[in-house]
Design a protein around this ligand. Sequence first.
Ligand code: FAD
Length: 525
Amino acid sequence: RFVALALLTSFISVVAGQLRPLPAAGLPGDLFNLGIASRLRTDGNATARASTDFGQMVTAAPEAVFHPRTPADIAALIRFSASSPAPFPVAPRGQGHSWRGQSLAPGGVVVDMRSMGRGRRGARINVSAAGAEPYVDAGGEQLWIDVLRATLRHGLAPRVWTDYLRLTVGGTLSNAGIGGQAFRHGPQIANVHELDVVTGTGEMVTCSRDKNSDLFFAALGGLGQFGVITRARIMLETAPKRVRWVRLAYTDVVTFTKDQEFLISDRAREVGFNYVEGQVQLNRSFAEGPKSTPFFSATDLNRLAKLALRKGSAAIYYIEGAMYYNEDNPESVDQKMEALMDNLSFEPGFVFTKDVTFVQFLDRVLEEERVLRSAGVWEVPHPWLNLFVPRSRILDFDNGVFKGLLRDANPAGIILMYPMNKDKWDDRMTAMTPTDDEDVFYAVSLLWSALSVDEVVKLERENESVMNLCDKAGIKWKQYLPHHTSQDGWQQHFGAKWGKITELKAKYDPQAILSPGQKIFPSRA
Ligand code: FAD
């Protein structure tokens, strides 16, 4: 019996040994003796997948990819690095849907957050439907589409959505999470009650507005600098069944912005849309862009192209609005919509309407993804630029950029432009908004797809020109999903918050090991 036991023991250790990855030259050898070592992968397949992101603008390989099963696994990895004489960078990666290498960890370890939910669909999403203030506890690795599905089973849903739902909870909360509902409820970060965070020292901390509040405010919009979000408690509201979804066309930017600002104002709160965004379509895209889109038919686009020509406008502007309703009151949504339209000054006859389910509406970008994938233009470089522009300067921005710099351009991609109410943002959080006293600012997103290397260079130059133009005109812009190449740039970005941010970094990630791809703090690792 003793011999059999000895054989079994040696068999188990051989198998366990085989499960252990080969140590990576750039990481301390002791790491591969830890209990979590079997969750590390150092092979080229694994590291190659974690070497770039949606943007395809940066490539940098980690030494290893870590596949945690629990937050405690993440804590063990970070604790090891932080207390090692040779600390190494650690970057949580949600979907890797950023575009400037923010989720990369050159020479360190990428934490594949998605492995915490893998094979256990829904296990880390728990809805609390009872009570006056329902909420969902969602793992930081969960996709928003899965949060939606789980909450809808209780007739509930989060209040604010990004346009695209294949993003992780931790990934969007590390930025802000903006979309067409933010004018009413603020960004996603303003709709969180509580977080579980693994800090840069490997401590597991629960935080909220009342408990460990400095970490709570730091982590929301914190660009992954203060800890890894492993759970978020998110506010819910009653979900509607259906959505009346419209696009209204404008040729005049003054009327367009006036109507947008009316739609996000208190005056329109009761009678208005639940969702307000906007788009800008440059003239040349009618002739050279796609002949139809998931929203517009070829006939629609033809009519719009003729409208632009007839009015001699450089672009067509669309307000995109959505009104929620339930099947039992379709007449009332008709009436509400009609009354609202009377207050708006879009081009007569240029209303485009769809009637869809709530899920179809929220998950609308999936259809665009399918179209772009089948045309081979989804997995291409994305030199995106997202700016927040103060309301008082949005017409100058339009004049300089859409009617100036980009007037004869036709990059592939889309341009979003919509206003938000600043008082819905909590300035204690790390996310930044324009720093003047104005109560409204615009999100302007230049979401380009580059179809060749030359185009990457050209679009990067154009992005630079947009920012230079704003600087010269004294427009106090902020980048959303920010990217700066120097610490000066980051210092400027955070302005008066910079001091606090360096203090919090020293407290929660003193070795500066977390999310090095943001390039905010020089890694001591
Ligand atoms: P990743 O790209 O994996 O990570 C982003 C950063 O967050 C990295 O620094 C990473 O280290 C860190 N991070 C990741 N997970 C965690 C975690 N759990 N805890 C702490 N830090 C973490 N944004 C909007 O606000 N509104 C939109 O409408 C919107 N639409 C988009 C549409 C598309 C098609 C794409 C590609 C992006 C869009 N985004 C939008 C941007 C998106 O929210 C961010 O890029 C977000 O970071 C992506 O989430 P992710 O899970 O892929 O994060």
